[in-house]
Structure formats: structure tokens, C-alpha cells
Ligand binder design. Sequence first.
Ligand code: ZN
Length: 308
Amino acid sequence: MKRATQENVLVNWKYRQLVIVAGLLMLMLGLSVNLSAKAEQGSDSKSEWFKVADNTYVFRYKFYFTLFVKTENGIVAFDPLSNEAAEQYVKAIREAVPGAKLSKIIYTHWHTDHSTGAKILRREFGRNIPIIAHENTLARLKKLTDSDVPLPTKTVTNDGLVLNDSSNPIELKYLGYAHTNTMLIAYLPKQNLVFGVDFVNHDSMGWRDLPGVDIDELILMQKRLMKLDFKTITFGHGRPGGRQVVSRQINYYKTLLKEATSAVKKGLSEDEAVKSTVLEKYKNWENYDNWFTMNVRGAYRFVKEKLE
Ligand SMILES: [Zn+2]
């Protein structure tokens, strides 16, 4: 994620030395080397944690973000992301809350690029730490049988679940099936904060050609999210933001859908729809160059299938 790496160019001395040696070697070979570009890939910028609200922290690993919350019973840690990320996640939790014990792990949804890594958290904090997820996540992960993704030990239905804690209640809510039928969001009423993964992102295109995404449902989910009384949203991808970030996502998908609908109604082919859909407004969004035309293709196919 370009923006994230530019903000994190802190480089430790050891790494700088390595870069200098590597740079000299490259120069000796007659090649130019961009030191600042190298530095951005430094181990220090790979992961970080920061406080986002009272007792509430964001952990980032590469372009993945997750959340952990201090409660009276211990830390509640969301998505461990991967075994590699979880090693850093452990350090982040211990730095942010010295002496912390971990009370629960929560998977937002089954996708293994967010749910992997609980094994590492359990190794460090306790083998029997409960893992909470939607019941459909359990069903999906049972089929996967991946020892790196331990199965949830407690499940939540579409009715959601409230983790009662006098200082930090956490409400797990099911808002819809646009990004798998396994997705839970977290609502922290005391912090006026929500945590949403993958179905909503910070000024970013949808993933590739929106495979399997029901765009109508996606917009509905984002609207259901807006009904919650929050001021801050943290994401699975992208930095925290305010309510306007969600409004912008809703507007983007509505516009995409409108353009695709008019292209299909005019009888344009998919390639013609790609040519005629120019949304300049979004050209600064994350992944615009890589995925915008793919988003248009995904929306075109979605509308075509719906209208046929
Ligand atoms: Zn996902």
C-alpha cells in the first residue's frame, strides 16, 4: 500500500548500513539505486501499532490492519493475519499493554489472509484462549483443515454477540453477505468506533473484478454500517477514518453500478463499457491503476447477470 509505506520510512541503523553496502555494490556494478525506495521496504516499516481510541489499538502488518482492545478481562484481539504477522502482533500487544493477558481472539470472517496466526497468539498467551467467529466461518474453516488456522471455539449467529465489559463492551454484528456470509463487524459504543474488514476500505477500489460480490448487498451492508452511531472506523486495509470514508465508499459503488447499468442498457459490450466509464474523481484512490477497469468489468457482469 503506497501511502502507508511513504508514511513509514523509519529505518533502523542496521538496515541503513545494509542499504549503504548494497547501494555501493549496485553503484560498483554501474547501476543506479534509489535509496529511499529501498528504505521503505525496511523491516521497521513492515509493522506498527498505534492507539486509535481509549483502550483500543490498531496493529498493521504490511497492508493488513487489525484491532486489539483492552478490557477488564484481558485483551480481545481481532484477526491475527498470518503466522509471520502474529509474531509482530504479540510484540505490539505487549508493548501497548505491558503485562497484558489475552482473553479472546476473534475472526472477522473466514478468509485466511485475515484469520491465520491464532496458533502464534495462543503459543505466547495461552493454549486454550477462546476463538470467536461467525458460525459460517467455523463451517468454512472445518472444510479447510489448515492447522495454521485453528477452528473457532465459540460461534456467533446472524443475531450477533455482545462481549460485556463495563469499560469496553464490544458488539459483534452481522451486517450481510456481500463479502462472504461469515463477516462480523465490531462496534465499540464507548469509543464510538467500528472495525470493518474487506467489505469497506479506506478510499480504495474493490478487489480486482469483484469476484462473487453482490454489489447491491455491498451497498446495503455499508448503509447498515452507517446506521451505527460511530465517529471512527478502522479497517482491514487502510488507515482509520471518519464516517465520510464510508459515505465515499457507498457513493463509489453506487456510481459504478449506475455506470454499469447504463452501459448494459445501451447494449455496450464489456470492453466498450470499460472505455466509456471514466471516473476521474477516484483516480487518487488506492489501487485505481490496477483495479479500476477490473471493478468496471465486475460491475458490468454483475448488472448483466441481474438484468438477464
Ligand atoms: Zn476477505
